[in-house]
Design a protein. Structure first.
Length: 175
């Protein structure tokens, strides 16, 4: 588990470097805080056992981020053209990206449990379904923030992060 998580910590930076994408400081900080919350507080500090809501909050935050990431990725494919597709369509696709990543994580947890005798899914089906429901809610809010961005409005701090990302990567957004 620790080795897999450590490997995942380098994935965003490697992905960004490979594609020539600049990650704003707020994004990098969020990644570091998330890793700290999952590995050190969650696993080492046993927060998953101490606080029933710890896993819920982390799933929600990751899904929120992946919903926003999905929006940025799809918006990038349209080269920043706000009029190439309706905002609701981009938001729907962003939601699908966010939920898909959450679903793949559940497949990863199941695989680790089956192949290596771990207990990542805790209570099995109930844990998986709760995680997917929270993932859907987080992905929906992340995607909705992208929708609002296209409409010229912001949804809390997430809208600001979207703006920072687009500004830092203008060449990918046709600017």
């Amino acid at each position: 588990m620790g080795a897999a998580t450590l490997g995942l910590t380098f994935l965003p930076e490697r992905f960004a470097a490979f594609f020539g994408i600049r990650l704003p400081r707020s994004v990098l900080t969020s990644i570091v805080v998330f890793i700290f919350a999952t590995m050190f507080l969650g696993e080492v500090g046993d927060f998953y056992e101490k606080f029933w809501w710890w896993d819920v909050v982390l799933h929600f935050m990751s899904a929120l981020s992946f919903g926003a990431f999905g929006f940025l990725l799809i918006f990038m494919l349209f080269e920043g053209d706000r009029y190439a597709a309706p905002p609701w369509a981009l938001a729907t696709l962003a939601f699908c990206v966010g939920l898909s990543i959450g679903s793949l994580w559940e497949v990863f947890e199941f695989s680790m449990d089956q192949l290596f005798g771990m207990n990542m899914q805790k209570s099995g089906l109930v844990d998986t379904m709760k995680d997917l429901i929270v993932d859907a809610a987080g992905a929906a809010i992340g995607a909705f923030s992208g929708y609002l961005y296209l409409k010229g409005r912001q949804f809390g701090g997430l809208g600001k992060v979207l703006e920072q990302f687009v500004d830092a990567n203008k060449r990918w957004y046709g600017k």
